[in-house]
Design a protein around this ligand. Structure first.
Ligand SMILES: Cc1cc2nc3c(=O)[nH]c(=O)nc-3n(C[C@H](O)[C@H](O)[C@H](O)COP(=O)(O)OP(=O)(O)OC[C@H]3O[C@@H](n4cnc5c(N)ncnc54)[C@H](O)[C@@H]3O)c2cc1C
Length: 386
């Protein structure tokens, strides 16, 4: 079946990350003719810690991911520039560890199994809206589709072509994968390091994978020029300065900060990072990418006005989480930079805060609910992960 010519697809999905692959699966499973296009050859590398918060699996209908999981983390090890270390453990896994090339390919295969056509090494080059459909230019010809779902990540161009001014960049992140020695792999077995103290905000992380460690730093974009040096220093503090580097790459992260930042227009919807759906406390975005894909597929399948339906869903179901995460982030990182000892002591001794964080990671609560509890304001019922 050719993807170009006079055929009009029900939906064209741009980008085979978690958002695009999941949306293509949901649409195809419901009978919509769906084309998923990815500019890179698949499977593709993505700069990412590859920590999939446990709550994500619920959003994937309790998908069994053991075939592509590299283990899990149930312990958080906190340090400040490598010192004053302490650990907190959850009774159940907090996050599954994946390599993004394999995880995203797994989700893309599910989309193909559900009936989606998948074209890789196919960059979308421009988009034009006509009365009947969108005309999307690719190297192999023009594709026509009634709906376009832009899941092309934090630096994807589709939002711009559609005239949707999506969220600006608000953090820089740098990731290095190292072939760590056996004692380091044993030390970080099922444990993630979170190294705090970075100015004006941010943290370093170690995530354990099979036979390697993902190490990185996320911080403000103003620190973008020095982020590689900061990561090198962090690696040295971890005793990994001489470890073999398998891969390293930087990438920006964008955060949607208000319901006023558009996520859709007409029959065009922005998903995941393309819409700035990452949270400012942990900088994670995989769960929000999947959640937005579910909401986008529902909006395309169920409404004459998908943009309005989708915008309402994002504003009601996801934005309260991003807002709460931003509030928590500001309070926490301000405290870490201004009163580091107070922040460390509080982090070490107030177990209530850890239990709250663990509940959010596992999907038993939301940032919005936990923040309301602490601030003694009414809980935003019916909001958050659903
Ligand atoms: C260093 C770093 C570490 C991170 N660590 C974590 C973590 O541990 N846990 C977590 O939850 N989140 C993490 N994040 C965030 C997470 O990576 C993103 O939120 C997530 O990848 C968003 O998924 P997505 O599907 O929206 O976009 P992406 O995964 O970025 O996928 C977008 C896809 O679109 C394709 N594309 C772009 N342009 C075009 C085009 N013109 N035509 C066709 N295809 C195109 C790209 O090639 C890409 O495959 C991290 C981010 C960074 C930068």
């Amino acid at each position: 079946m050719t993807m170009t010519g006079s055929r009009i697809w029900d939906a064209l999905v741009v980008g085979a990350g978690p958002a695009g692959a999941r949306a293509a699966q949901q649409l195809s499973a419901a009978g919509a003719s769906t084309l998923l296009v990815e500019k890179h050859s698949l499977p593709r590398y993505k700069a990412c810690g590859g920590g999939v918060p446990a709550r994500t699996l619920r959003l994937l209908d309790d998908l069994e991911i053991s075939a592509v999981s590299e283990g899990f983390v149930d312990t958080i090890d906190v340090s400040r520039f490598g010192r004053h270390q302490f650990r907190k453990a959850s009774k159940r896994p907090l996050a599954w560890m994946v390599m993004r090339d394999r995880f995203d390919q797994f989700l893309t295969d599910l989309a193909a199994e559900a009936g989606a056509s998948v074209e890789h090494s196919t960059p979308v080059q421009s988009v034009v809206e006509t009365d009947a459909c969108y005309e999307i230019e690719t190297p192999t010809g023009v594709v026509r589709a009634r709906h376009i779902l832009a899941a092309d990540g934090a630096i994807g161009p589709t939002a711009r072509w559609l005239g949707i001014a999506s969220a600006p960049t608000r953090s820089a992140a740098y990731e290095v994968e190292v072939a760590a020695p056996r004692d380091a792999l044993d030390h970080w077995h099922q444990a993630a390091n979170v190294d705090i103290g970075y100015r004006p905000w941010g943290y370093g992380w170690v995530f354990p994978k099979a036979g390697k460690l993902s190490v990185g730093v996320v911080t403000a974009p103003s620190q973008g020029r020095s982020i590689r040096k900061q990561t090198d220093r962090y690696l040295s503090r971890l005793g990994l300065g001489e470890a073999e580097v398998i891969k390293m790459q930087g990438h920006p992260i964008r955060y949607r900060r208000s319901v006023g930042e558009p996520v859709a227009k007409g029959r065009a919807l922005l998903l995941g990072d393309a819409a700035g759906l990452a949270d400012e406390f942990t900088a994670e975005g995989i769960a929000y990418a999947v959640h937005s894909a579910n909401l986008a597929a529902d909006a395309v399948l169920n409404g004459d006005e998908p943009a309005a339906l989708y915008t309402r869903a994002i504003n009601h179901r996801i934005q309260p989480e991003l807002d709460a995460a931003r509030t928590i982030s500001r309070l926490y990182y301000w405290c870490v930079v201004t009163w580091p000892w107070l922040a460390l002591t509080a982090s070490k001794h107030i177990n209530y805060l850890w239990r709250a964080f663990f509940r959010v990671m596992r999907g038993e609560s939301t940032y919005a609910e936990e923040l309301s509890r602490v601030l003694l304001i009414p809980s935003p019922r019916g909001r958050g992960i659903g």
